[in-house]
Ligand binder design. Structure first.
Ligand SMILES: [Zn+2]
Length: 128
């Protein structure tokens, strides 16, 4: 079947669909490094932190959640970045599938494979 080119252009959607908002993808976006102390941790020592705490109206979304080690997360508690003077090194952002793929590439093959053992846990969609 031959489609008129005008229609296929109109229906064109950028191929980089929005990646699912999951724990794993948040960690992958931040390259498995704590956004407060900058160190890389094995996944089981990583937590995710609300930059603007939930009790302060912060949402669980790509733009308010960063990777933090349990130590920094504990230190930050439910303070805002200004209150505790802890600011994420990279402003949280909505990554593209391509960016996540590129980040995944920079890890040794065994590393991500290990993380995927808990696939169901890591890949469950976070509440927003
Ligand atoms: Zn840390």
């Amino acid at each position: 079947m031959k489609l008129p080119s005008v229609i296929s252009l109109k229906d064109y959607v950028p191929s980089a669909r929005r990646p699912a908002f999951t724990r794993f993808n948040v960690f992958l976006r931040d390259s498995f490094s704590c956004q407060y102390c900058g160190r890389t941790f094995p996944t089981h020592e990583l937590t995710f932190d609300h930059v603007i705490p939930r009790c302060g109206g912060g949402r669980t979304s790509w733009t308010n959640v960063v990777t933090a080690c349990s130590c920094c997360n504990l230190r930050k508690g439910s303070d805002t970045p200004r209150e505790c003077d802890m600011h994420p090194m990279t402003e949280p952002f909505q990554p593209t599938a391509y960016q996540l793929q590129e980040n995944g590439r920079s890890f040794p093959p065994g590393f991500l494979h290990e993380s995927w053992r808990d696939f169901l846990y890591w890949d469950s969609e976070l509440d927003s």
